[in-house]
Design a protein around this ligand. Structure first.
Ligand code: C2E
Ligand code: CA
Ligand code: CA
Ligand code: CA
Length: 273
């Protein structure tokens, strides 16, 4: 009984401290957004699986340094931003950074993560388009990544906003594919161009023949639907070789480069290593 009680107390404490963290992050995030300071974008290269030198591609990944909290991982502050509604404002701040960086990246294509909350706001796609055009950037240079989570929301506004983005020339990728909820029906209804296979699947190929078969069937399915396939979390040359053999179109992961500040690419003119 005592042990149970202690367990309950410990659990409560943990919840409290998580709440405090959340509140603390939210407060600092709100403060940071008053002048937009502390946010930067990192870029991770995405390489054609077959090699060769097509146009360079990168995924833009947000970084936040808070004077109070230090470096806060994006998984954490994005979650808080979504829950508090701050993601709208944050999204525009980040897009501003990305557009400025894209001018320096010449004709590279950049993948931008957009959260379901942003897509639930009616008119988002047109505003996003106007923003990009105002920076003199062609929508063809941008791929919008949305996580499989949007399928759970199954919301008409999200569908309409995705259709508008696609019609305006952006390509669309379904991110974290395989982590849960996307159905073939959904994929067929929505104008996706690419599928990003979650790194948990890429890990599965290391487990042996079953994992291989799974990856192969996902890629076969995507291929049949005319989607291009990006594999995330490629950490070794062995991973890369297996994905290549099984038909992935693009590879992304620490093996090719960790996310890095824009300067890194401007200095070396080649992807990070
Ligand atoms: P994501 O969109 O799935 O991004 C890929 C994450 O995997 C990145 O984490 C990247 O650094 C990491 N990664 C890349 N290659 C490897 C690898 O080989 N091995 C391993 N273990 N990890 C790898 P990061 O930068 O910490 O971002 C985490 C998540 O935060 C992102 O996951 C995305 O969901 C979210 N996020 C980041 N930036 C933004 C943003 O600007 N907007 C929104 N809405 N979400 C963002
Ligand atoms: Ca992503
Ligand atoms: Ca992903
Ligand atoms: Ca992920």
């Amino acid at each position: 009984k005592l042990r149970e009680t202690l367990e309950v107390i410990r659990y409560d404490r943990r919840m409290e401290s998580e709440d405090l963290d959340h509140k603390h992050i939210e407060r600092e995030l709100r403060r940071a957004l008053t002048d937009g300071s502390g946010f930067t974008m990192y870029y991770q290269p995405i390489l054609p699986a077959k090699g060769g030198d097509g146009p360079l591609r990168y995924e833009a990944l947000a970084r936040w340094f808070s004077p109070e909290l230090g470096q806060v991982p994006p998984d954490q502050f994005i979650k808080v931003a979504e829950a508090s509604g701050l993601i709208m404002q944050l999204g525009w701040v980040l897009l501003d950074h990305i557009c400025k960086d894209m001018k320096l990246l010449k004709d590279a294509k950049v993948s931008i993560n957009v959260s379901p909350t942003q897509l639930m706001s009616r008119g988002f796609a047109e505003k996003f388009t106007a923003y990009v055009r105002a920076h003199d950037i062609s929508p063809e240079r941008i791929e919008v990544e949305v996580t499989e989570q949007i399928v759970l929301r199954d919301d008409v506004t999200i569908s309409q906003e995705l259709i508008t983005l696609s019609a305006n020339g952006f390509t669309l990728a379904l991110d974290d594919f395989g982590t849960g909820f996307a159905s073939i029906g959904y994929l067929m209804r929505m104008p996706f161009d690419a599928l990003k296979i979650d790194r948990s699947f890429v890990r599965a190929i290391e487990e042996g023949e079953d994992g291989m078969r799974m990856i192969r069937s996902i890629i076969g399915l995507a291929r049949a639907m005319g989607l291009s396939i990006v594999a995330e979390g490629v950490e070794t040359e062995t991973d890369a070789a297996r994905l290549r053999i099984n038909g992935a179109d693009f590879l992304q992961g620490y093996h090719y480069g960790r996310p890095a500040p824009i300067d890194h690419y401007l200095r070396t003119a080649t992807p990070a290593s």
